[in-house]
Write a protein that binds this ligand. Structure first.
Ligand code: COA
Length: 172
């Protein structure tokens, strides 16, 4: 798997020793507010999650940890094609870092992997994520209610998609 570099970030394959950083993210209630599971309460949950990320076969997905000044601050990629997923340390939100990471990831999957379409499933309350995807060129394709039972709460979905043919204009 390749390593991608942007102006401020390095996107590289996950390793077992990323567990502390990954668990800090996945146990953070703010970062996990609109995730498909509640925040992790045990390191073993994050260990299993990280093992799944590391084990992803190249034809199934391509997922990167995001490093900033040598510290892992998030993840961005495709746990399973064609669905994109990302999470960033809340301390670094609002600086355009997720957009920078996703531009690199999308450019990579549309060229190196030949993916035709990337899709996303976002909680309608997740305004930052919806704005981020809109800025990248994703368009809404549908909505559904009660798609995820997260803890005891049913959550809804906005579905979005970005086609490869619509991507080149975004690289300018
Ligand atoms: C979604 C997330 C990755 C965004 O990270 P980020 O680095 O802050 O994103 P960026 O700065 O690149 O872009 C965010 C955009 O949303 C906007 N935004 C931020 N908070 C917002 C809010 N509450 N309402 C509306 N827009 C908002 C920002 O202004 C920016 O838009 P702009 O480029 O037009 O100014 C981050 O909030 C996160 O990790 N959330 C938790 C995990 C998550 O929800 N993942 C997605 C699951 S579908």
């Amino acid at each position: 798997m390749v390593t991608l570099r942007t102006e401020r970030l390095t996107l590289r394959p996950a390793r077992a020793d990323d567990l502390d950083a990954i668990h800090a993210l996945l146990s953070n209630p703010r970062a996990m507010a609109y995730w498909s599971t509640p925040p992790h309460t045990h390191r073993d949950q994050s260990r299993e999650w990280l093992a799944g990320m590391i084990a992803t076969a190249p034809d199934e997905g391509v997922d990167f940890v995001i490093a900033h000044h040598g510290r892992v601050i998030g993840k961005a990629g495709f746990y399973r094609f064609p669905e994109i997923g990302y999470i960033l340390d809340p301390a670094l939100w609002g600086q355009g870092l997720a957009g920078e990471a996703l531009r690199a990831v999308l450019g990579h999957v549309f060229t190196a992997h030949g993916l035709e379409r990337a899709v996303a499933d976002v909680d309608p309350r997740n305004a930052a994520s919806l704005r981020l995807l809109e800025r990248l060129g994703f368009r809404e394709t549908g909505r559904a209610a009660k798609t995820w039972l997260v803890g005891r709460e049913w959550c809804d979905s906005v579905y979005l998609a970005l086609d490869r043919k619509d991507w080149p204009q975004r690289t300018a």
